[in-house]
Each structure stands twice: as structure tokens, then as C-alpha cells.
Design a protein around this ligand. Structure first.
Ligand code: NAD
Ligand code: UFG
Length: 336
């Protein structure tokens, strides 16, 4: 089977491409490299010893998509391409709506035209918004989005639902990721954003390798056991494997719209993450407590039981693995 992976040079996309190739799928990537580097393609080839086809371009470019579908027999699409920085989306909402939604509409139009009706979409736990309980389950309604970024995910989920209603021959799988961290065991691919990171693990890594002086823990006065926020961190390789399971499930089932949480089911506080990172890598992190970050929820984690029941998927990597693999990657990047 040949899979088109949009955003396949990015953090989650590159790990998923490796899993696809390891599982004997053929892979075509489209990425405009707006948040990734071309070197990733060679690294994927080094890791897997397999060929991967790459088109540099924007998923909003309909002509390019049509050319890709003409030049390749695409059996399914995994749609990662999108902008993902929550804070930035508040500052430049139009760029987020335009990039994330327009690219999805263009992709779906071309898929319909080419009769390719199997898509896996990267959604996010953020679509749950604020709920009465911290344990998010797929039967809950989508909540109020806390950012334009989150709103793009909620809108795309709705677009996919409407598409399925209009054309029930589509197989649509919506995967709601919790907090992906970690890196490939090879240390060749991982997440190393340019500039000052927004997310916890990339920030910890920059402090660990002395590129930034100290981590600020955003708030220690939440109603949680240690006062810091609780999230469900998931190793990116476990997450990547979830996509293979989603494709297999779609292949073996009738067209429908399927939605799954991909998370570990365990909440970990920011304080616990810092301690786990120090222990796993035998180092000390400079950190201080600061004010709460606007928009942060105190606590949420996945109920991942539907993914286990229907996809046969669950996380395997521990918090220690996430911390070790992330640090291994950043030290390799820096050539240490
Ligand atoms: P990433 O930024 O590392 O990867 C996204 C890739 O898409 C990048 O390589 C970027 O260059 C590319 N891209 C963006 N817009 C494009 C466009 N219009 N055309 C072509 N390429 C484009 O992000 P990631 O962490 O790998 O996330 C992948 C997907 O998962 C995104 O849709 C993101 O919103 C979603 N997601 C991520 C997280 C997270 O915490 N990392 C959580 C939930 C959901
Ligand atoms: N945090 C800090 N200091 C930092 C960075 C983060 O204390 O420098 C804390 C945050 O306050 C939060 C926790 O670490 O409590 C995790 O923050 P992240 O920014 O790493 O992740 P979020 O949970 O805010 O959001 C992430 C993705 C979103 C996605 C969401 C889904 O960034 O794209 O998970 O759950 F929508």
C-alpha cells in the first residue's frame, strides 16, 4: 500500500514515516518545510534503509496535489501538515485558519476527485476544551476551543464529519493526540524547534544542553498534588505506531468515521516530569516557579481504552524512555 503523508518531515510525521516503511508501506511525503528540515528525508532513509518519495510544496497547492495523485497510486493519506503553536495562533489567527483549514479542504477535494477515500487526521486533545472531569473520553462533546489553533482542529473534525455524511464511502480516522514527547531510539530524528520553545520537553532539552539558562514552571498553585499542571505525555514512537494500527483498522473495516484518543491514560505533573528527566539522564535542571500560563488547564489525560479495544493499540514506552530518548536526540543534534 502506498500512503501519502502530508507534513511527513515534521516531528510526528517523520516518526510515522519510519514506522510505515518498517511495516512495508510505500510512502510519499508532501511538506513545505515551513517547520522542518530537508535533512529529515536522508535520516529517514538511514533509519529504515528504504526509499521514500518527497515532494516539496504546500498542501494548499491543488495542482501539486493533483500531480502527486497522478504520479502515484495513493491508497490512503495521513494528514499531519499544519501549524501547531498555540500562542502564535492567537497572534496570527488568519494564518492558522488559512493554512490548516484550506490545506485540508484542498486535500479532501483532490482525494474525492481521485477516488482515494481513506484518511487519518491528526487532531488533538485540545478539542475537548474544558470538561467536568480531567479524563477525556471520545463520547464527550467537543468543548470550547481555547485558541485559534484548537479551533482549526475542531473545525476540521466537523468538516470530516460533514464529508462522511455526504459521502459514506469515506474511511475517516480522527486521532486525538495528547502530549507527544520523546524521539527515535537512533537519536537521528526528534523535536528541536528554532528559537525559544513553547512546549515543555523542547524547553527542558534546551536547558539540559545549556542553550537556555533555566526552565520556568508555569504555576505551582494549581489544585493538583504538587501544585503543577498534569498532562498525558506519550512517546512519539508509540504515537507513530498508533497510525499503523489506524490504517490496518480502516483496511479491515467498513467505511465510517472513527475517533480515537492516543494517550497513555496516566497524568504526569510538570514537577514529576522534571524529576523524571533528571533521574533518567543523571543531571540537574535549573528551574524556577513562575506565574501560570494563560489558557493552561490544571489537569487532563486520556481514556485510551477505545484505542485498545478497537485498534489493539496501547502505549509501551515509559516516562523514563521518553526522557532518555529526548536527551539522546538533543545531544546527538549538538554533536556532544
Ligand atoms: P510539526 O510542525 O513538527 O510538523 C508539521 C509539518 O507540516 C512540518 O514539517 C511543516 O513543515 C509541515 N506543514 C505545515 N503546513 C504545511 C502545508 N500547508 N503544506 C505542507 N506542509 C506543511 O508538527 P508535529 O508535532 O509533527 O504535528 C503534526 C500534526 O499533529 C499537526 O497537525 C499538529 O497540529 C498535530 N498535533 C501535534 C501535537 C504536538 O504536541 N506535537 C499535539 C496534537 C496534535
Ligand atoms: N510548561 C511549563 N514551562 C514551559 C512550557 C510548558 O511549565 O516552559 C507546562 C505548561 O504550563 C503545561 C505543561 O508544561 O502545564 C505542558 O505544556 P506544553 O506546552 O508542552 O503542552 P500543552 O499541554 O500546553 O499543549 C500541547 C500542545 C498542543 C495540544 C495540546 C493537546 O502544544 O498543540 O498539547 O493536549 F493541543
Amino acid at each position: 500500500m502506498k500512503i501519502l503523508v502530508t507534513g511527513g518531515c515534521g516531528f510526528i510525521g517523520s516518526h510515522t514515516v519510519c514506522e510505515l516503511l518498517d511495516n512495508d508501506y510505500e510512502v510519499v511525503i508532501i511538506d513545505n518545510l515551513s517547520n522542518s528540515k530537508i535533512e529529515v528525508i536522508d535520516k529517514i532513509k538511514r533509519i529504515t534503509n528504504k526509499e521514500v518519495y518527497f515532494y516539496e510544496g504546500n498542501v494548499q497547492d491543488k495542482d501539486l496535489l493533483q500531480r502527486i495523485f497522478k504520479e502515484n497510486t495513493i491508497d490512503g493519506v495521513i494528514h499531519f501538515a499544519g501549524l501547531k503553536a498555540v500562542g502564535e495562533s492567537v497572534k496570527v489567527p488568519l494564518m492558522y485558519y488559512c493554512n490548516n483549514i484550506d490545506s485540508t479542504l484542498t486535500l479532501l477535494e483532490v482525494m474525492s476527485e481521485c477516488n482515494c477515500k481513506n484518511i487519518v487526521f491528526s487532531s488533538s486533545a485540545t478539542v475537548y476544551g474544558v470538561q467536568d472531569t480531567p479524563k477525556y473520553v471520545e463520547t464527550m462533546d467537543r468543548g470550547k476551543s481555547s485558541s485559534p489553533y484548537g479551533e482549526t482542529k475542531a473545525i476540521i473534525e466537523k468538516i470530516l464529519e460533514d464529508l462522511y455524511t455526504s459521502d459514506p464511502t469515506f474511511k475517516i480516522t480522527i486521532l486525538r493526540y495528547f502530549n507527544p514527547v520523546g524521539a527515535h531510539k537512533s537519536g537521528l530524528i526528534g523535536e528541536n524547534p528554532n528559537g525559544i520553545p513553547n512546549n515543555l520537553m523542547p524547553y527542558i532539552l534546551k536547558v539540559a544542553v545549556h542553550e537556555l539558562p533555566e526552565l520556568t514552571i508555569f504555576g505551582n498553585d494549581y489544585d493538583t498534588p504538587d501544585g503543577t499542571c498534569i498532562r498525558d505525555y506519550i512517546h512519539v514512537v508509540d504515537l507513530a505506531k498508533g497510525h499503523i494500527k489506524a490504517l490496518e483498522h480502516a483496511h479491515n473495516h467498513e467505511p465510517n468515521i472513527y475517533t480515537y484518543n492516543l494517550g497513555s491514560g496516566h497524568g504526569v505533573s510538570v514537577g514529576e516530569m522534571v524529576t523524571a528527566f533528571e533521574k533518567a539522564n543523571n543531571l540537574k535542571l535549573n528551574y524556577k516557579y513562575g506565574a501560570r500560563r494563560e489558557g493552561d488547564l490544571p489537569e487532563y489525560y486520556a481514556d485510551p481504552s477505545k484505542a485498545l479495544r478497537e485498534l489493539g493499540w496501547k502505549t509501551e514506552e515509559s516516562l523514563e524512555d521518553m526522557c532518555k530518548d529526548s536527551y539522546h536526540f538533543i545531544t546527538m543534534e549538538k554533536g556532544e
